[in-house]
Design a protein around this ligand. Sequence first.
Ligand SMILES: [Zn+2]
Length: 297
Amino acid sequence: MFKFMVYFIAISILLIHCLPFENNTEDYDRGGADLSYLGRSVFGEPNEESGNRVEQWNKSSKVNPEELGTYAEGDILFPNDVRRSGVISETKRWPGGVVPFEINGTYSEEQREMIKKAMMEFHKQTCIRFRKRKPGDSDWIWITNAKTGCYTSIGRLGGLQTVNLQAPACLLHGTVMHELLHAIGFGHEQSRSDRDLYVTINWANIKQGHLQNFEKAGKLLSTSFGVSYDYGSIMHYSSHAFSVNGHPTIAAIRDTNLQLGQEEGFSKNDVEKIRRIYNCSNISTKQNSSEIDIDIK
Ligand SMILES: [Zn+2]
């Protein structure tokens, strides 16, 4: 009888320690953005046409390089082999806010510094931690330099997840941050379900075949996380995104001259949203920023 009691207690302790871990893991499989409004347009293959457009980009262009791709909303691409579920109605977060990465692309020293600088911004202001992939990591981002533009999937895809940063155009500070924000689970700000209260879409100015890039999400909570609409978000389109005639395609209702699509860095609301999605107040941030090591050959 005594032996039985000991076994019972030992098994109970084991269960108590294991169950919360499992729940936590499942928890990170939910709670991201709802992309169902994009339907199947998010699936596809990288293409050179996007690469050619990005190659033409220069600093006097009126749009951001990530707005040039033929992908959903310019820079959202999920590989065809995750198509099983038909549409993506919920994206996944990274457990503990830790995002393992590998850099596969051929980049100059200066371009690697740009990637590092963008990652450092996350470390300084949020609980997100990028670190080099270790042998046990099953999910990771794979930063590449193919001539296929700037793009990634939204949220943790599972397994290898491409973040393509075509050099040199996609190596802008703001563009690297923008793509990394997609990878951790952010959609575009102007796709929020409540955006019509804040911006006007000038449909007549949008290039043929790109109208779908201005659709909006159905559920507010999946896109706002309780943070108010933000014209200054690094995830906002620029005023001339996908313009056919050089006139703005999107403008703030309260001030049509307000700058949209800034590429300098996080807005206050971007930081707040990351903290809420990743529950930063409960995540330990013991890892030091100096742990970033991107000197990978
Ligand atoms: Zn984007």
